[in-house]
Design a protein around this ligand. Structure first.
Ligand code: THU
Length: 136
């Protein structure tokens, strides 16, 4: 699985977005260690707070299906689904990644051209709170 292919899958996932309030459509494609890919989109709510981000939708679908081991996630998003630049995962989504992923988990953020920015989870969420390190 290449980053480019994973970004393509995130773009497809973005078409599932339910974002009538912000207008920001976001898609994610989560690559599991066994090669399975889960798509996710943001799902908004009139009460705002219950809104679920695209990344967490993908993670929760995968975890429900029994996956615990992940390699990478691609994320794309933009107003009305128009990608103008990299769409970095929010802090809550980074913390959800931390729950299941190691420092070298890759985050690919697609941009408006065929390019993308990539960062590791350690770079996106340094000095993080992690159950395996802080609760045992
Ligand atoms: N959003 C995501 O889906 N992922 C993120 O990491 C950041 C924000 C969504 C939530 C909301 O529906 C819209 O983008 C605007 O915040």
């Amino acid at each position: 699985m290449t980053p480019e292919k994973l970004i393509e899958m995130a773009k497809e996932a973005m078409t599932h977005a339910y974002a009538p309030y912000s207008g920001y459509k976001v898609g994610a494609a989560l690559l599991c260690a066994d090669g399975t890919v889960y798509g996710g989109c943001n799902i908004e709510n009139a009460s705002y707070t219950p809104t679920n981000c695209a990344e967490r939708t993908a993670f929760f679908k995968a975890v429900y299906d029994g996956h615990r081991d992940f390699k990478a996630i691609a994320v794309v998003g933009g107003k009305d689904g128009v990608i103008t630049g990299a769409f970095p995962p929010c802090g809550v989504c980074r913390q959800v990644m931390r729950e299941f992923c190691s420092d070298d988990f890759m985050i690919y953020m697609g941009t408006n051209d065929e390019n993308y920015q990539s960062m590791t989870l350690a770079e996106l969420l340094p000095f993080s709170f992690c159950a395996s390190e802080h609760m045992n």
